[in-house]
Ligand binder design. Structure first.
Ligand SMILES: [Zn+2]
Length: 284
């Protein structure tokens, strides 16, 4: 599933090629993805030019010179691709095609169709129900240690689901939450309110982990903008995620796996044990 770094890489790829391109033709090959395409999408987009591609959490926001913008989410398996215009029949998992004036086409491909593509009036995007309740962006200035501490203080549940809560901070998915907590030496089951003193460390590791993942997408970006192939989702180096039973790279202890809120958490019981002991001590 694409997480924030993959979506940011897609955004950068689209931002390199879309601005200035005019939409000559809009083709929808089915009525819906996760939800129906917006009514009137063909008429509302035809003849418009892309101006800018932004991202909010894992949503792509493709602005145009018209009244509407495209709000898109890749779901589990969605990909956008810009490639030279072809006359071949659309692949069965291609659900949208925009013919662009520079001899290109923008296609949306999504085998599992959990993605979403909506048209939203440009002035209303900030208040859109999908975006209005989102917390701060982890890579922007409003995700501060003070802010995080104030949020953790009020939460008695475990830290890992708290970090993954989009109303606290967006874009820290399951993989990255495990990696952040490993770097911060915090056990994923530690109550969030016991991690207040570590807010600065958590902010720093969150930023580092996401920035490194985005940086590792650099080679993908090149392919994305130019080739006909799938942009794919890059493999990062993970210290704990998916490594259950493997030795910890810091201490050789076997990485363990536990399930929290239905999601797998990976951690080193040795490197990430200190905070749990502290928490228990504090509780008594
Ligand atoms: Zn370890």
């Amino acid at each position: 599933m694409p997480e924030l770094p993959e979506v940011e890489t897609v955004r950068r790829g689209l931002q390199m090629v879309l601005p200035g391109q005019k939409i000559l033709q809009v083709e929808l090959f089915r009525p819906d993805l996760r939800v129906p395409f917006s009514p009137g999408m063909v008429d509302r987009l035809t003849g418009r030019r892309f101006t800018r591609v932004l991202r909010r959490s894992k949503y792509l926001i493709m602005e145009t010179d018209g009244p509407d913008l495209i709000l898109a989410h890749l779901g589990m398996t969605g990909t956008f691709l810009v490639r030279p215009l072809s006359n071949v029949a659309p692949h069965k998992h291609t659900h949208l095609r925009l013919v662009l004036d520079a001899g290109n086409e923008l296609i949306y491909h999504d085998p599992r169709r959990f993605g979403l593509i909506l048209l939203v009036p440009q002035q209303e995007v900030a208040q859109h129900p999908l975006l209005a309740a989102l917390g701060p962006e982890p890579l922007l200035d409003d995700f501060t240690p003070e802010y995080l501490a104030s949020q953790l203080m009020r939460r008695k549940g475990p830290i890992k689901p708290a970090l993954m809560d989009a109303s606290l901070v967006v874009g820290v998915g399951n993989i990255y939450a495990s990696e952040v907590l490993f770097r911060a030496c915090i056990h994923p089951a530690t109550p969030a309110c016991h991690c207040v003193d570590h807010a600065a460390t958590l902010v720093q590791h969150t930023r580092d982990v996401l920035r490194e993942a985005i940086a590792s997408g650099g080679s993908t970006l090149r392919d994305y903008a130019t080739s006909e192939g799938s942009p794919g989702y890059f493999q990062h180096h993970f210290a704990v995620y998916g490594k259950a039973g493997k030795p910890c790279e810091m201490c050789q202890t076997r990485i363990e796996k536990m399930v929290q809120c239905g999601r797998a958490s990976f951690f080193c019981p040795s490197c990430q044990s200190i905070k749990v002991k502290n928490s228990r001590t504090k509780k008594r």
